[in-house]
Design a protein around this ligand. Structure first.
Ligand code: PLP
Length: 420
């Protein structure tokens, strides 16, 4: 890759605008507002072109000028550039003309969009001299920190609610990470991690490294725009846990528009949650600017954050873009998983079922019009949340190894094919 140069300028409070040096810190000392990375867009403007991006390897790092590291990425060089597929069959099923799936269920290496944020956070953590990395996670983040830390030779501690899906737990243990199961829900895990981060000085990817970590999510939006042929989709449906991904997809569209990489056309960002943990969608539907914390109870465990750190900003993005929000029950989540699998051959985790289920509702209600382009962000892989679908996808029909028995089964489906 061409010579690395950094365009990061500072960390800046989203509330009061106070600036901080580019260290491992995440809240403003004055008003406790979250810090965000600011870039030198004037410098980037002259340099980052479509041609330059297209000439680079197919990973999230082809947009490196807009990602917050100082040198070359040292963790996760292969992450990203997942498929964006035209979903014709699902489009017919949902009743829209132009539907696309951005498929991070096959992201490298741990099959969720979290590999994007982790490769940024760990590359930056190394630049800042950290040897131990950690996270508070609803599952996928733990998997990604464990795997990427292992590959980078860093020690890792991952903190999760004790009752996660077995697939998510095993997918952290296998890489040799120290896995700590907390008897409590995510918000309690997160609170404990804030204490530990302060005391031990580790790089907690979503605590003290959060300003860098969160920027990694923009790459999903950069790829959507490039893969659509350098344009912004009119509608994007994003599932929400903390709400961070949703805000960063929006920021990616703003940045490409501002830099002239895509035409400035309007877009709406829609947020999806599970009914069993819907602080953000409930507030959006009630027309409120602030959410009320909830106690999660849903099969979409990766989205089960009752006090979402970026909920306020996610509400703002939906309001500013004219986006909508809704939530779906456990049965509707399973139905969403089945629809995506049956129509497109993609097995998403529960979060994907949430996205598809909410898209269905927004299309049916006309909030997403049938003749405008829609992108659904699929963020995780169904093989990690088998618990949620076991017993809901039917059973194989078991027979002895005999042609007669097989034809007995076949006759139930296609009597015409079986000669009696
Ligand atoms: C973490 C996660 C999200 C959303 O994360 P935010 O906190 O809203 O950025 C979405 N889908 C899956 C599968 C996740 O693991």
């Amino acid at each position: 890759m061409d010579k690395a140069r950094s365009y990061m300028k500072a960390l800046k409070c989203r509330e009061c605008g106070h600036e901080y040096p580019l260290e491992a810190t995440h809240v403003c000392e004055f008003d406790f507002g979250p810090l965000e990375v600011v870039y030198d867009y004037d410098q980037i403007q002259g340099r980052l072109t479509r041609d330059l991006i297209e000439s680079r390897p197919q990973s999230m790092w082809r947009y490196r000028e807009l990602l917050p590291i100082a040198g070359e990425p040292t963790v996760g060089a292969q992450v990203g550039y997942t498929p964006l597929i035209r979903a014709e069959r699902l489009a017919r099923r949902l009743g829209v003309k132009e539907l696309w799936i951005k498929n991070d269920a096959v992201n490298y290496p741990t099959l969720s969009f979290k590999d994007r944020v982790v490769s940024v956070a760990l590359s930056r953590a190394r630049e800042l001299g950290f040897k131990t990395v950690a996270c508070a996670s609803t599952g996928n983040l733990a998997n990604s920190v464990a795997a990427n830390a292992a590959a980078a030779g860093m020690a890792s501690y991952v903190f999760i609610p004790y009752d996660l899906e077995q697939g998510k737990v095993l997918n952290s243990l296998v890489y040799g990470a120290r896995v700590i199961g907390i008897r409590g829900h995510y918000d309690e895990v997160n609170r404990l991690c804030a204490e530990i981060a302060g005391k031990y000085g580790w790089a907690f990817v979503n605590v003290n490294m959060r300003p860098y970590y969160a920027e990694g999510s923009k790459s999903m939006g950069f790829e959507i725009q490039e893969q659509l042929g350098w344009r912004v989709p009119a509608h994007t449906v994003v599932c929400m846990a903390s709400g961070s991904l949703l805000t960063k997809i929006h920021k990616s569209y703003q940045e490409f528009s501002k830099l002239g990489l895509v035409p400035s056309t309007p877009w709406k960002i829609h947020g999806a949650q599970a009914t069993g943990c819907n602080p953000i969608s409930a507030a959006q539907k009630a027309g409120l600017d602030f959410f009320k914390p909830v106690k999660p109870n849903t099969i979409a465990k990766s989205l089960a954050i009752g006090t979402p750190a970026d909920g306020f900003y996610a509400l703002k993005v939906m309001k500013e873009t004219g986006g909508a929000s809704d939530d779906v029950t456990d049965d509707e989540i399973r139905e969403g998983i089945r629809m995506l699998a049956e129509c497109e051959g993609i097995f998403a985790e529960t979060a994907g079922g949430v996205t598809v289920g909410v898209a269905k509702k927004l299309i049916a209600s006309g909030k997403i019009p049938a003749d405008e382009a829609v992108v659904l962000c699929i963020t995780g892989n169904g093989l990690k949340t088998l618990d949620a679908v076991v017993g809901h996808a039917g059973e194989p029909r078991e027979i002895r190894p005999s042609l007669r028995e097989f034809e007995g089964v076949l006759a139930q489906d296609h009597p015409d094919l079986v000669a009696s």
